[in-house]
Design a protein around this ligand. Structure first.
Ligand code: OGA
Ligand code: MN
Length: 380
């Protein structure tokens, strides 16, 4: 059965693209039997339990950001992908709801930047949540214009990623959310990377038919720091490839609460999301009960209970959507952004033809996510 997916790929050209199309296709739907499901994860010759540094994060520090004790996390690495770590939903029961609420209500707020800012005035995008609450929570059954929340496709945090130039810059920076930094700091420390600086974040909002094109995240200036990814809501198929497009990728499910860390030799690998899938039964509903947090919270907790009112909108949203958060350290210790090169210098460097032109290919050379109403991340 696994042969099904493998047989799609022949040696030679762009094995990644073929696999992307294989999993994106709807009619007939693909065979999912080769997709790794870590949450069912009996270790195999490919799936190896990963050793985490449980001493790096105390149980109290973990609980403050809504995480179980590190020794209880189920973490895996993948044969052939050194530096890649997959952590099966390490959140305490009920605490994902806090992070979902932050992603939908708080992080899209100013001064953060979102896709809607590309063609709307700041005053129109000021209160995405408030402007969406009514329509999303009381559907009339009629075909209504989409709410701002439903039109949200990406948000950038910290050093704001420039989709056109594919760069970060010193003069486009706003403070990175303290709570998300603390979560990232604990997870990276547990994975063996103490002292992580969360400097840039990209949130992607996926509808059931969204996908994210094949790319490499290489715009950060220090590739020795890991890239961290959190997923909430509906599930996805994640494809992890090699350093070139001919390398056939490995497919895996990402469910709500799952995390990934790309570091070392896996930091600059091609990857993509060809497909969003319904969460397994019970995954999002039971796990995320909005108000079940209260009893267990410590006094200095970062996560806080989500009001029933807020959770009503969040749960309606994630019922058919997925949110992914990637957190990046852009600069190494003591590093700063280079002076912007003049056009002449740019030509001289010849960097655009480098081996990792993946980020440029993020949108498959078709629709740019930066364009004004780029609502669906990518069409292939
Ligand atoms: C990204 C990314 C993957 C995902 O934003 O760079 O690769 O799981 N996201 O959505
Ligand atoms: Mn990426």
């Amino acid at each position: 059965m696994a042969r099904m997916a493998a047989s799609v790929v022949e040696s030679g050209e762009d094995a990644f693209r073929k696999m992307f199309k294989f999993y994106k296709k709807r009619n007939p739907p693909p065979d999912y039997s080769a997709v790794i499901n870590f949450s069912r994860g009996a270790p195999s010759d490919k799936i190896v339990p990963a050793d985490l540094d449980s001493a790096a994060v105390s149980d109290v520090e973990a609980a403050r950001v809504g995480l179980r004790p590190v020794r209880d996390w189920r973490a895996f690495s993948l044969q052939g992908y050194p530096g890649f770590i997959f952590i099966c939903n390490p959140f305490l029961s009920g605490s994902q709801s806090y992070w979902v609420r932050q992603c939908l209500k708080i992080y899209p707020q100013k001064p953060n930047i979102c896709n809607l800012d590309m063609h709307m005035s700041p005053s129109d995008t000021e209160d995405i949540w408030g402007k969406s609450v009514h329509a999303l929570s009381s559907p009339t059954g009629k075909k209504e214009p989409k709410t701002l929340l439903e039109r949200l496709r990406w948000v950038t945090l910290g050093y704001h990623y420039n989709w056109d130039t594919k760069t970060y810059s010193a003069n486009s920076y706003t403070p990175f959310p303290a709570d998300l930094h603390l979560l990232s700091l604990q997870v990276t420390a547990a994975c063996g990377f103490p002292g992580f600086n969360s400097e840039a974040g990209i949130l992607n909002y996926y509808r059931p038919d969204s996908s994210l094109g094949i790319h490499v995240d290489e715009s950060e200036l220090d590739h020795t720091r890991p890239l961290l990814s959190f997923s909430f809501g509906q599930s996805a198929i994640f494809l992890l490839g090699g350093t070139c497009r001919q390398d056939p990728p490995t497919a895996m499910y990402m469910h709500s609460g799952d995390m990934m860390l790309m570091s070392g030799q896996s930091r600059l690998l091609y990857h993509a999301i060809p497909r969003i899938l319904p969460a397994p039964q019970g995954h999002t509903t039971l796990e995320m009960e909005g108000c079940s947090l209260t009893s267990s919270l410590q006094e200095d907790a970062v996560v806080e209970p989500v009001s029933e009112e807020d959770w009503a909108l969040c749960s309606r949203y994630i019922h058919n959507s997925r949110v992914n958060v990637t957190v990046r350290q852009v600069l190494g210790p003591g590093q700063s952004f280079p002076e912007t090169p003049s056009p002449l210098q740019r030509t001289d460097t010849g960097q655009t033809d480098g081996p990792h032109d993946g980020a440029a290919d993020r949108d498959h050379g078709k629709r740019k996510r930066s364009s004004s109403d780029s609502v669906d991340p990518v069409e292939t």
